[in-house]
Design a protein around this ligand. Structure first.
Ligand SMILES: OC[C@H]1O[C@H](O)[C@H](O)[C@@H]1O
Length: 335
């Protein structure tokens, strides 16, 4: 078997991981546990407040972004990966591109030079209970559009993975459709993580068309599926989802994940660990899942790989794996 090739499109975000206290969150007016979009002034204010806070831990700057984190996980698992994202030619953007390549993922489009919006950054406050509160300034990242997607990149593509967060603008939507076409033309499968119930709420009709149209697999959590189909009953939401899409995956935080592919339905047990930092749990679930599917594992095994990868990443600070996931899969006789 040739090494599976996975292409991702998502926000290219430099993460500023900042350990902090609940009191500081309250003082700064940061809403706990969600991803909040902020403007440049608020982002600079939060950065300055964090570094001036004598109670706060030292912040770490690392490349992030949901799909980029998934690709990093897949690369560490040995797959071939490429990331289509947009950064400026500023110090953050240059560092983002360089570190992405150094970690083994091809950073397809070079940083954009000139008088452009800055590179995206997310100030991620991590409280002692392991919860993460993200404050993302999108900058140039949110301007990604169809011109940034070159069909030639998709030669030999086996999998495409998209990020709902980028579905907030018409240009991002057009980029996704172009990428899905290119992936299908190469014989690959296209999928998306719904990312955020509020984003689903803002673009429900377009998300519905995407899920029922070019997406071969879709990953969402309970709130995202409920929001997509505007039903409280999860079973009803999943019934509607699997009528629309070939492979439907539902993560349920502390409970077993549900995976449905046509008439097949399985669950994957979550690995309960005390969270140190919840950032990237969904991203690494996706990495384990896509890895399993890409190497031909059955649906239940792929789901278990997703749960193992998610448990690994919440056991330490940061959104990318730090230990050998393939060894963890082997220990459970999964690969
Ligand atoms: O899913 C976690 C990611 O979402 C945000 O986009 C941050 O960049 C972080 O790395």
């Amino acid at each position: 078997m040739t090494t599976p090739y996975v292409i991702g499109i998502g926000n290219a975000v430099m993460d500023v991981i900042a350990p902090t206290s609940d009191a500081t969150l309250a003082r700064l007016g940061v809403e706990k546990g969600i991803m909040q979009l902020v403007d440049r002034a608020r982002s600079e204010f939060l950065m300055a407040a964090q570094s001036a806070d004598p109670q706060a831990g030292k912040a770490r700057l690392v490349p992030g972004g949901s799909v980029a984190n998934t690709l990093a996980g897949l690369g560490m698992l040995g797959l071939r990966t490429a990331f289509i994202g947009k950064v400026a030619g500023d110090p953050l953007g240059l560092s983002y591109a360089e570190q992405t390549e150094a970690q083994g993922t091809v950073f397809v489009n070079p940083p954009v030079a000139g008088d452009v919006a800055p590179t995206s950054r997310s100030i991620i406050f991590v409280t002692p209970d392991g919860e993460r509160s993200m404050n993302t300034y999108l900058g140039i990242s949110g301007e990604l559009g169809p011109d940034d997607v070159n069909p030639a990149t998709f030669s030999g593509a086996d999998w495409l993975f998209l990020e709902g967060y980028l579905f907030d603008k018409d240009a991002g939507k057009a980029a996704f459709l172009k990428a899905a076409d290119a992936c299908h033309a190469a014989g690959g499968q296209a999928g998306i993580a719904l990312s955020d119930p509020f984003c689903v709420d803002r673009h429900r009709a377009d998300f519905r068309r995407l899920v029922a149209g070019p997406m071969d697999y879709v990953i969402g959590n309970v709130h995202e599926w409920q929001s997509l189909y505007q039903v409280e009953d999860l079973e009803e939401a999943l019934r509607l989802a699997s009528a629309d899409c070939g492979t439907v995956i539902c993560t349920r935080s502390g409970e077993d994940a549900i995976l449905i592919r046509g008439a097949e339905r399985v669950t994957a047990p979550v690995h309960r660990v005390v969270p140190v930092d919840a950032t990237g749990a969904g991203d690494q679930f996706a990495a384990g899942l896509i890895y399993g599917l890409a190497i031909g594992a059955d649906l239940a095994a792929a789901g278990r790989m997703g749960c193992i990868a998610a448990a690994e990443v919440i056991g330490h600070v940061g959104a990318r794996p730090e230990s050998d996931l393939r060894a963890a899969f082997r220990a459970e006789e999964l690969a």
